[in-house]
Design a protein around this ligand. Structure first.
Ligand SMILES: Cc1cc2nc3c(=O)[nH]c(=O)nc-3n(C[C@H](O)[C@H](O)[C@H](O)COP(=O)(O)O)c2cc1C
Length: 190
């Protein structure tokens, strides 16, 4: 099972990217995790550029999404909403309508912010956008407020209850992926 991690922050010291690194460690051993690192190079969406061949960064993004069995998004909150560069990337990934690699893809959304509420509005908006693309947004939540005091020097979540919530979110995502996978053929009786 391949899980793609997408952080909505471009910062090297991003708490949301740290959160995804924590998630990687909590996944079951049979899950392969890839942290997508190219958000910054996705060009601004322009319908006139949305032709074949796609801009290279867009093609790479769509390929990474298509190859993943599920996606874990970790988003900061900018002015009570989704950071523009993440929304922009999703606009690219959402096209062509009805044929987006996000369609039917199990996705989970978590988030961290230095404010008190842990990016809850950005998370809600991101879930709405993902649902609009046809992704299957799982019913799981993790909001880490006061993020600047939640990670130790190695970037690990300090609070055991947040680690547990993260693990529950991952279990829900893995269950959604497993439910979607075609059942293995039953052995034929001799
Ligand atoms: C442009 C901008 C707008 C922000 N708006 C909010 C906000 O609405 N709510 C909030 O809780 N934090 C807000 N913040 C603070 C972010 O939560 C904080 O910078 C956080 O660390 C960003 O996530 P990152 O560590 O993954 O980069 C804002 C930060 C920036 C730069």
């Amino acid at each position: 099972m391949r899980i793609l991690g997408i952080s909505g922050s471009l910062r090297r010291q991003s708490h949301n990217t740290e959160l995804l690194r924590n998630a990687e460690e909590l996944l079951p051993p049979d899950a392969e995790f890839e942290l997508w690192q190219d958000l910054k190079v996705v060009p601004p969406y322009d319908e006139e550029d949305d032709v074949e061949p796609a801009p290279p960064a867009v093609a790479t993004l769509k390929h990474a999404i298509a190859e993943a069995d599920g996606i874990l998004f970790a988003t900061p909150e900018y002015n009570s909403s989704v950071p523009g560069q993440l929304k922009n990337a999703l606009d690219w990934a959402s096209r062509p309508a009805g044929k987006s690699p996000l369609r039917n893809k199990p996705v989970a959304v978590i988030g961290a912010s230095t404010g008190a509420f842990g990016a809850i509005w950005a998370q809600a908006e991101l879930r709405k956008v993902l649902a609009a693309t046809g992704a299957r947004v799982v019913d799981a939540e993790l909001a880490i407020g006061h993020a600047d005091s939640r990670f130790d020097e190695e970037g690990r979540l300090v609070d055991a209850s947040f680690r547990e919530e993260l693990e529950e979110t991952l279990d829900t995502l893995v269950d959604a992926i497993t439910a979607r996978a075609p059942a293995a053929a039953a052995p034929v009786a001799a």
